[in-house]
Ligand binder design. Structure first.
Ligand code: TYC
Length: 100
């Protein structure tokens, strides 16, 4: 843009600098009780009972599902909270995050 005073300026459709967002993923396993997963989804991800059952069954059938999309900090906190609840109940439930 030859008329501009700096290279930083006006690309009309330049992307806004939104911070990257992170998907929180819940993984299936053969041992964690379905009702525990439903409880986690209700408690930590503020789902209704019906939504929580639906997502839990998606994980159960497909192997994993996205349970929410958050900033890096919130995603890390959610993953840590899921892992801590599972650890306390000695369930092997796994939860990870992935850049969108
Ligand atoms: N597959 C588990 C069972 O049959 C249920 C389950 C669902 C476990 C979702 C983990 O993230 C999970 N008891």
């Amino acid at each position: 843009n030859p008329d501009d005073q700096s290279d930083l300026a006006v690309k009309p459709r330049a992307k806004s600098q939104r911070p990257p967002m992170y998907k929180v993923l819940l993984l299936n396993d053969d041992f964690t009780p379905m009702e525990f997963v439903v409880h986690v989804l209700e408690r930590l991800f503020h789902m209704t009972h019906a939504q929580a059952i639906e997502i839990m069954l998606t994980v159960h059938r497909r192997g994993l599902a996205v349970v929410g999309v958050f900033s890096h900090e919130v995603a890390e906190t959610k993953v840590a909270q899921v892992m801590e609840l599972a650890r306390r109940q000695q369930h092997p439930l796994q939860c990870t995050m992935e850049k969108e």
